[in-house]
Design a protein around this ligand. Sequence first.
Ligand code: 13P
Length: 250
Amino acid sequence: MRRKLVVANWKMHGSRAENAPLVEAILAAPSHAGVDCVLCPPFVYLQEVGRQLRDAAVKLGAQNVCAEAPGAQTGEIAASMLRDVGCEYVIVGHSERRHLYGEDDVLVARKVAAAQSRRLTPILCVGEQLAEREAGETEEVLARQLDAVLALSGAGAFEHAVVAYEPVWAIGTGRTASPAQAQQAHAFIRRRLASRDAKIASGLRILYGGSVKAGNARELFTQEDVDGGLIGGASLQAEEFLSILAAARG
Ligand code: 13P
């Protein structure tokens, strides 16, 4: 049985004044027993949010990481630095990184390896764009994105990793994948990995992301291969996010 995981991706939102009460409300909610929760604020707020999370079951994650070791990389943040400020997770290859900042599959695979070299758990995002879905290429895109990691690091990379299926057309659009569409993509991801290592595939947590709300979370999370969610907009509102956590608890 895979334990459910709910990850808040705040994206480039928040401020010191807004973050503190949001984190406080999440920590004050009834126990998160039975479900794992990770908060991913922007880099500059990691330490302060991390201080609030100290000793709590809720974990800290970053939204991106540099593929390189510390050095002359102006504006970048190394995996060792994320670890140093208390991160346990890092989102890698989010569609906004892939499509707005030109990160390709090989770079994303290198970021997964960089994260794991510092014992950070990567949350590897994969997902097709609308035109790709309409052209019937969803599985081809998912396979290509997964295979880049398999080629660089092997199936073992997925033993301590999380995958997030985020169809690009569902992100921030209010248009959610149907539970059946999500299940189909998640099952494909698991099968693809199972062809390399069935045991690792069966233990892998695959999150769904893309317009998850309190109102649709429960149905998504009851799909066999949906092991939780990667939540954008709805993670910025305490009540909405807590309802999503409750839905994951079942
Ligand atoms: P929304 O939940 O705002 O659609 O964002 C999803 C996402 O990209 C999370 O990483």
